[in-house]
Design a protein around this ligand. Structure first.
Ligand code: CUA
Length: 248
């Protein structure tokens, strides 16, 4: 699913802004590329050996160079301060309140994405590395009252549409990178760190979680699924998972 620019579908509220920035940067690069190319050709002809039999050690002096350099600097300053830094500041500072967001933990490992939901009580149960086992990938302590209704969903991240999402991202082993292309989200998952990531999905659909950091032999198959659902469908996903827990 690609849009007109050949980019992935835009499925989060900040995706359009990011793509706009990308387009502006490419316009600047196009101008620089064509400009430098033309200048190069001009220099090849103007300073050819036939026209300059004697070397000139003082070189050529033009007034235009300064103006062009200033123009490029100005364009880059505008891109940085008017677009990039404000967009970045929103990502790293304007986090939604936990009470108004869908809060999930995502724990990366070689080679899977483990998704941890707090369940109906809204509290994440305790996890301990010593409890990690084949059937307990995040080491959840089910004896903890807060953990009783917790949902662990390997490689499947379901989220409701049009509601802020707050992901607490970490890794069990090595550095991975949590890549949600349609959400325009990419963040390294680092062992020992809990890194918050937020976005607002605004398009129902089935997408992928891709690992975007070479993390071992199975990096290529470290793929999860992201399902953006209606609020009702998301609720029924949670209900089904909780029912499956109590049936055990
Ligand atoms: Cu995990 Cu690449």
């Amino acid at each position: 699913m690609l849009n007109l620019l050949g980019l992935p579908l835009e499925a989060s509220t900040h995706a359009g802004e990011l793509d706009h920035m990308l387009v502006l940067v490419h316009w600047l690069m196009l101008v620089l590329f064509v400009g430098w190319g033309a200048f190069f050709l001009f220099v090849l002809v103007r300073f050819r050996k036939g026209a300059n039999p004697k070397a000139d050690y003082t070189g050529a002096h033009g007034k235009m160079a300064k103006g062009v350099e200033l123009g490029v600097v100005l364009a880059e300053v505008v891109l940085l301060f008017a677009y990039a830094i404000p967009a970045w500041a929103v990502r790293v500072q304007a986090f939604p309140a936990e009470s108004e967001a869908t809060v999930v933990r995502v724990i990366a490992e070689q080679f899977a994405w483990n998704v941890h939901y707090a369940g109906p009580d809204g509290r994440f149960g305790r996890t301990e590395i010593t409890r990690v086992a084949a059937d307990n990938p995040i080491g959840l302590d089910r004896t903890d009252p807060a953990a009783k209704d917790d949902i662990v969903s390997p490689n499947q991240l379901n989220l409701p549409v049009n509601k802020p999402v707050l992901v607490h991202l970490t890794s069990k082993d090595v550095i991975h990178s949590f890549g949600l292309y349609e959400m325009r989200v990419k963040q390294d998952a680092i062992p020992g760190l809990d890194i918050p990531v937020w976005f607002i999905p605004n398009r129902i659909g089935e997408y992928e979680i891709t690992c975007s950091q070479l993390c071992g032999l199975g990096h290529y198959r470290m793929r999860g699924f992201l399902n953006i659902q209606s609020a009702a469908d998301f609720q029924s996903f949670i209900d089904t998972e909780v029912q499956a827990l109590t049936a055990q």
